[in-house]
Design a protein around this ligand. Sequence first.
Ligand SMILES: [Zn+2]
Ligand SMILES: [Zn+2]
Length: 243
Amino acid sequence: MTKEIVCDTKSKSIQSVFGESKYWINSILLKGLFMIPKMDLHIHTTFSDGRCTMQEVVKTAEERGLEYIAFTDHAFSNNIFTIDENTIEEYINEANRIKGKSSIKILTGLEAEIPTIDKVMKYREQLDLLLISNHGPVRGTFRNAITNLIKDHPIDIIAHPWYINDTDWDKIIDAALERDVAIELNSFRKVPEPHIIEHIAKRGVKFSIGSDAHSKREIGMVKWAYDILEKLGLGKESLIKLP
Ligand SMILES: [Zn+2]
Ligand SMILES: [Zn+2]
């Protein structure tokens, strides 16, 4: 299978790219947020369905002033172009190779899915971050699937938590608190909703911040998350502890 690689958004004029820069991390003034590092902990590369290579991601992140990034390609997905047993070692090796070559702190992560998470566990110790998400049906309810899974899997972040009823959140929060799992503020999908974010914050669950970038344009496009943190008066202590 060959994939068309379009990391650079060539179809857009430079002007329109700069016009969008207000959404990027480097436009954040960091007034009350000066203690929060500039992070984007959810980025896809050509190892799964992203358009940029790891090197292109790092170069763009440097240009946009990020301090922390994470490669979080899909792993063993049933629905999406994904890392599998044939590519996972190359992925981890390539991430490790790139790590030392940038001033940015780079984390090796994966975005696992609820039905196939066990296939990732063999590689867990080689990962800095493990995200869990879902892109298809799960057995029973998402709430039960995620709370059961968190109990016995070393998950760091629940990525783009979506399609969750307001009344289901407290059970998920209980499980996240018990296992010290962070909940992602996903700037691309704009989830969770702000009133849920406020509730999560009150209950003391930590947040992660991610753009869910699949192309160059989206890398570091996390202003939505920082704006909400600022509005809620949340600082560094409300964020996931980074290695
Ligand atoms: Zn996802
Ligand atoms: Zn993703």
